[in-house]
Write a protein that binds this ligand. Structure first.
Ligand SMILES: NC(=O)c1ccc[n+]([C@@H]2O[C@H](COP(=O)([O-])OP(=O)(O)OC[C@H]3O[C@@H](n4cnc5c(N)ncnc54)[C@H](OP(=O)(O)O)[C@@H]3O)[C@@H](O)[C@H]2O)c1
Length: 313
């Protein structure tokens, strides 16, 4: 099969489009013909940090059709359209075929395209778990989403509106219209003004990628407000883990989310997409042979929505 394989550590240009053996599904695995795969910071970061999947193939968020199933598989049969996040199972999506345990995939409704389905899992579930589980989001809250234009942010803006909040997004000039079009009530351009301006306070702050000091976020929290950090630089993640407890003394809570793939959450999001209440934002699409270019683009940290790779049948 065709796949994009890392032949050396580190650089996107070391991702090579080549022929490799098709995976042979085990008794507890489903073999999926991949139609679309979206990239995440997890792919790029793992590559940069030398955390290389066993088969040296990145790509966690996949959508495709079941080709064959192992003898213990109960929920899926060949021909089923499926989707899921395979990061915890060694990635492998940048290929014509990938095998996965049934516990990580769900049925994809026919009405949701393969591209949309591949765009949802990691970024969508992360946004949902950040707002709902860590953030305890409630109707009527003032929510600030810093990093509103990226993969996670575009889902977070829409979900916060779905939960009935007043949403302020923070992004760069070129992405303001996009954040507004997703339903944000207001957008702050971080290249022109700090989100701390006017001493405004928010009930819930979702910081996608960190980007600003923890003390600045704390200052912008209302009493009894919650800050949730999703990803970011290693030093800020450590600071958040170490100092979060101290900064949480009093009524303001400072939390860090390490999101986990969850089928129920993914099914919830897909239902919202089917209902038209949520729309994945795909900024760019690439062919599999150009996956290195796609990874390079994502690694710059300014994608406006999701980057999807299409794999021709
Ligand atoms: N399992 C997990 O916990 C989990 C899952 C998914 C993601 N994450 C983490 O979440 C982070 C973002 O992921 P993503 O998929 O959304 O990334 P992405 O699609 O690459 O988007 C990054 C976004 O950050 C924005 N940005 C860059 N500098 C900024 C700044 N100074 N202020 C505000 N926004 C800024 C960019 O918007 P502009 O172009 O407008 O600057 C861009 O849209 C990563 O650190 C990732 O590791 C964690």
């Amino acid at each position: 099969m065709k796949a994009v394989v890392l032949n050396k550590k580190g650089q996107p240009d070391r991702l090579v489009y080549c022929e490799v053996d098709r995976p042979v599904p085990g008794e507890d695995e489903v073999l999926i013909r991949v139609h679309a795969v979206s990239l995440n910071a997890a792919d790029y970061r793992s590559m940069k940090m030398g955390m290389i999947p066993k088969r040296k193939i990145f790509g966690a968020d996949i959508a495709g059709r079941v080709e064959s199933v192992g003898k213990n598989i109960r929920e899926f049969i060949p021909g089923d359209e499926v989707m899921g996040d395979l990061a915890s199972y060694g990635f492998g999506g940048l290929a014509e075929y990938v095998s996965a345990p049934e516990g990580l995939i769900i049925h994809k409704p026919k009405t949701v395209s393969f591209e949309y389905a591949a765009a949802i899992p990691m970024a969508g579930v992360t946004a949902l778990q950040a707002l709902r589980d860590k953030g305890g989001v409630r109707k009527g809250q003032k929510v600030l989403i810093v990093g509103s234009a990226g993969g996670v942010g575009t889902f977070a803006v829409q979900l916060a509106k779905y939960f009935g909040c007043r949403v302020t997004g923070v992004c760069s000039t070129g992405n303001i219209q996009q954040t507004l079009s997703l339903g944000a009530d207001e957008v702050l351009d971080y290249t022109k003004e700090a989100f701390t301006r006017d001493g405004r306070k928010f009930d819930l702050i979702l910081a996608v990628g960190g980007n600003y000091p923890l003390t600045a976020y704390r200052k912008a929290l209302a009493d009894h407000g919650t800050y949730v950090m999703v990803g970011g630089g290693l030093s800020q993640i450590f600071k958040s883990l170490i100092f979060g407890r101290f900064l949480s003394l009093g009524s303001k809570k400072m939390k860090f989310l390490a999101a986990k793939a969850n089928r129920t959450d993914l099914e919830f999001l897909v239902k919202l997409v089917e209902q038209g209440a949520l729309k994945p934002v795909i900024e760019r699409q690439y062919a599999l042979e150009n996956a290195a270019e796609a990874m390079n683009y994502l690694g710059k940290g300014h994608s406006a929505g999701k980057v999807v790779i299409n794999i021709k049948g």
